[in-house]
Design a protein around this ligand. Structure first.
Ligand code: GLU
Length: 292
């Protein structure tokens, strides 16, 4: 079976050089292997994702010389798929609702930190400090009736107990150089949110569901998502989905060494195009080789 690659940006800003590295790597690898290259817009956050950014992504990719196979998948058209996956996890007793607002969580974290160190996830975000898992069914019903903000969390301990030790196959490298068979560490993320009342899914859930639905065999993306793969492998096993290969590539950094942000206009592809650069020059700037 020919391999299937994908580029899956979130349309909440203009593409920058970092996206160009991901998109071109995926496209080149697919072409060299005689495989398919898919485009998916990860637009579950309807407040932040704007139609003008969606249109700009398509335009910028075409300018780079990238053409995708088949229709573009827009995640906001597929909430029912993600809900079905969340229901399957719930049926296994692996999800529980939590009701704290972001401000309440920040207060709980501050209280924990005042008592001593509190763990942070690989993105630097403090782990969930709440006790919602221990709420009685009556308390849950009461909070739901009162319209409290609801986030559905994965019971990480139970999920890990269910799956045992897992690993993934890394053909690139992580920020610390991990490569080959990488053991997962999903516990490092705590009880991650998989769905919210206002957005009935999350990045982790929809990315895993879509990669399986679209038959993606090879996931090529930036090193900033390296440790997210721990959560993705766990969800794949819990949902009985296939095991893709992974290749995480190094990030494009600004001269100060910081990761590029969508808000940083200077490295947006539109800005570089406006300044007269052409796609060949973009490839040279990125020093692109398929083993990046
Ligand atoms: N939508 C994610 C982003 O823009 C990428 C998802 C992925 O490649 O797994 O950062």
């Amino acid at each position: 079976m020919p391999p299937v690659f994908r580029f899956a940006p979130s349309p909440n800003g203009y593409l920058h050089l970092g996206h160009a590295r991901s998109a071109l790597l995926n496209f080149d690898l697919a072409r060299r292997a005689g495989g398919r290259f898919l485009l998916r817009l990860e637009d579950i956050d309807r407040a932040r994702c704007k139609p003008e950014f969606k249109a700009a992504i398509l335009e910028d990719l075409l300018w780079l010389g990238i053409a995708w196979d088949g229709p573009v998948r827009r995640q906001s058209d597929h909430f029912a798929d993600y809900r079905a996956a969340a229901d399957r996890l719930a049926a296994q007793g692996l999800l529980y609702p939590s009701f704290e607002s972001r401000a309440e969580i920040a207060r709980l974290v501050a209280a924990e930190q005042a008592r001593g160190r509190w763990p942070h996830d690989p993105d630097g975000v403090p782990l969930y400090p709440g006790v919602a898992k221990a709420l009685s069914p009556q308390a849950v019903a009461l909070l739901q009736r009162a319209g409290a903000p609801t986030a559905w969390r994965l019971d990480m301990t139970r999920a890990c107990d269910r799956c045992g030790e897992l690993d993934w196959t890394e053909r690139g490298a992580g920020p610390g150089g991990d490569t080959g068979r990488v053991p997962t560490r999903p516990q490092a993320w705590g009880d991650v949110i998989l769905a919210r009342k206002e957005i009935p899914t999350s990045y982790h859930l929809s990315v895993v569901v879509d990669d399986a639905l679209q038959g993606v065999t090879d996931i090529v993306r930036g090193q900033d998502l390296f440790w997210s793969t721990s959560v993705h492998r766990l969800l794949q096993v819990l949902l009985g989905l296939p095991r893709p290969n992974y290749r995480h590539h190094r990030l494009v950094r600004d001269p100060g060494g910081a990761k590029l942000a969508k808000s940083n206009g200077a490295t947006s592809l539109r800005e570089l195009r406006k300044r007269g650069l052409n796609p060949a020059e973009i490839r040279r700037m990125l020093e692109l080789s398929p083993f990046d």
